[in-house]
Design a binder for this molecule. Structure first.
Ligand code: ADP
Length: 291
């Protein structure tokens, strides 16, 4: 399953992508996260990107394309990926086409998350993320949980909430302007290819996830739904602590990967199997890959 989430800053691409990672077991590839990681490392690329990011402008296409090319070449992206924040202009979309053609991995869908601008500003001002695991929260719409779920899977301590430096008022206004000018034309670009789906991204997180999954191609949607809602009998046998652990992303901000799924031997015992529902039959997986 190879999809693009398209939408303005604050439309919920990152949050919804994190949810799809868990359901489809494919990685989220966020150019924003990859760039922030490069900035945090102080790499040459990070230094070049920082000024544009701080000003709410787009980073140079060649830098971003280099990151994407490298990331999509990693083994976990072979099963599919969720692109979040890329492409962001027509030149990037055309380069992505060429790259995916080269890799023999065409896109399955582009989903546009629609949110009005007042709500975008409100959401961005409440956005916080954990400095350690990168999980995104929102003080207004998705506050950090309490109790055991408030623990960062990376450090074992409570999440350290930070506000992104480019989430200030002036930069946000510029990011929204740049979105309208450079990124919004991609809506027509993908619509003309027949792979664009638009969903209303206002409302409860779970409801938006449901709309998003409905908008995705049916074969992959059915597989993920089965993974999310295993048979009641099996679910009730699973110790609750394991179920809770499955829902938490055990990943880094820059490169969120799904939990590694072992190739199970033909008759694996319950203990050996990964925590999720049974892997699909190999025939089913092959069918999904060929799409
Ligand atoms: P947003 O919530 O604004 O969509 P992101 O985390 O996706 O934020 O990106 C943060 C910043 O990183 C952008 O404002 C931009 O400067 C830079 N950036 C991210 N993705 C791209 C891209 N595909 N092309 C150019 N710049 C990008």
């Amino acid at each position: 399953m190879r999809i693009i989430l398209l939408g303005a800053p604050g439309s919920g691409k990152g949050t919804q992508a994190q949810r799809l990672v868990e359901r489809y077991a494919i990685p989220q590839v966020s150019t924003g996260d990859l760039l922030r990681a490069a900035v945090a490392r102080g790499s040459e690329l990070g230094l070049k990107a920082k000024a544009a990011m701080d000003a709410g402008k787009l980073v140079d296409d060649s830098l971003v394309l280099g990151l994407i090319r490298e990331r999509l070449a990693e083994p976990d992206a072979r099963a599919g990926f969720i692109l979040d924040g890329f492409p962001r202009n027509l030149a990037q979309a055309r380069s992505l086409d060429a790259l995916l053609h080269e890799l023999g991995q065409p896109l399955d869908a582009v989903v546009q998350l629609e949110v009005d601008s007042a709500e975008l500003v409100r959401r961005i001002s409440g956005r916080r993320s954990c400095a350690d695991c990168g999980r995104v929260f929102n003080l207004l719409t998705a506050p950090p949980p309490s109790g055991a779920a408030a623990i960062c899977p990376k450090t074992g301590a409570p999440h350290r909430l930070m506000q992104r430096p480019d989430d200030n008022e002036a930069t946000v206004a510029e990011r929204l302007r740049v979105y309208q000018e450079k990124t919004a034309p991609l809506i027509d670009f993908y619509r003309s290819r027949g792979i664009l789906r638009s969903i209303d991204a206002l409302g409860e997180l779970d409801e938006v996830t449901r709309r998003l999954m409905q908008a995705l191609p049916p074969a992959a949607g059915a597989a993920a739904a089965a993974r999310k809602a295993p048979k009641v009998k099996r679910a009730s046998r699973r110790p609750p602590v394991r179920a809770a652990r499955r829902r938490r992303p055990a990943t880094r901000a820059a490169v969120r990967r799904p939990a590694r799924r072992k190739k199970a031997p033909a008759r694996a015992s319950r203990k050996q199997r990964p925590a999720g529902p049974r892997p699909r039959k190999s025939g089913a997986r092959r069918r999904t890959r060929r799409r």
